[in-house]
Design a protein around this ligand. Structure first.
Ligand code: FES
Ligand code: FES
Length: 167
């Protein structure tokens, strides 16, 4: 079958089997291997991407269900050479060790921070409950999400000040 979708802002057309999973289309057909496969049984969250702005585990979705959608993967998060604040915070706070879970953790964290711009520990734990990390013990991941919240708030306040000053 043919699937037309937008991935990281780019229109893509892919021919694939009816039973192709979205994660396999992303990795194998589009070559975007930043999205990982950890379990293939919807447990680990390594495969998390955004579909029409919602974080989804792409191993739980058929590629056909992504027809006509906007998909964002970890490769599309940075703006040019500038990492997304959540990426910056994971790096700064050492929110990763082996890094296998990290793309999924970051994509889930971006959604979490949209819902809870200043999240509590409990909101972070709940927001990342579907993402498993076997290395970090989560302490630095929680610190990274809180740091990212601060970076995003500071960027918003700078943008408001700049915009206001230009008027
Ligand atoms: Fe999708 Fe683990 S690979 S949840
Ligand atoms: Fe290794 Fe999370 S950093 S699994």
């Amino acid at each position: 079958m043919q699937i037309d979708l937008t991935v990281n802002g780019e229109a893509r057309r892919v021919q694939c089997a009816d039973n192709t999973l979205l994660v396999d289309l992303i990795r194998d057909d589009l070559g975007l291997t930043g999205t990982h496969v950890g379990c293939d049984t919807s447990q680990c969250g390594c495969c998390t991407v955004h579909v029409d702005g919602e974080a989804v585990k792409s191993c739980t979705m058929l590629a056909a269900q992504a027809q006509g959608t906007q998909v964002l993967t970890i490769e599309g998060l940075a703006e040019g050479d500038v990492l997304h604040p959540v990426q910056q915070a994971f790096s700064a706070c050492h929110g990763l060790q082996c890094g296998y879970c990290t793309p999924g953790m970051i994509m889930a964290s971006v959604q979490l921070l949209r819902r809870h711009p200043q999240p509590t520990d409990a909101q972070i734990e709940q927001g990342l409950a579907g993402n498993i990390c076997r290395c970090t013990g989560y302490v630095n991941i929680i610190a990274a999400v809180k740091t990212a919240a601060g970076l995003i708030a500071a960027a918003r306040s700078d943008a408001t000040a700049t915009h206001g000053g230009a008027r």
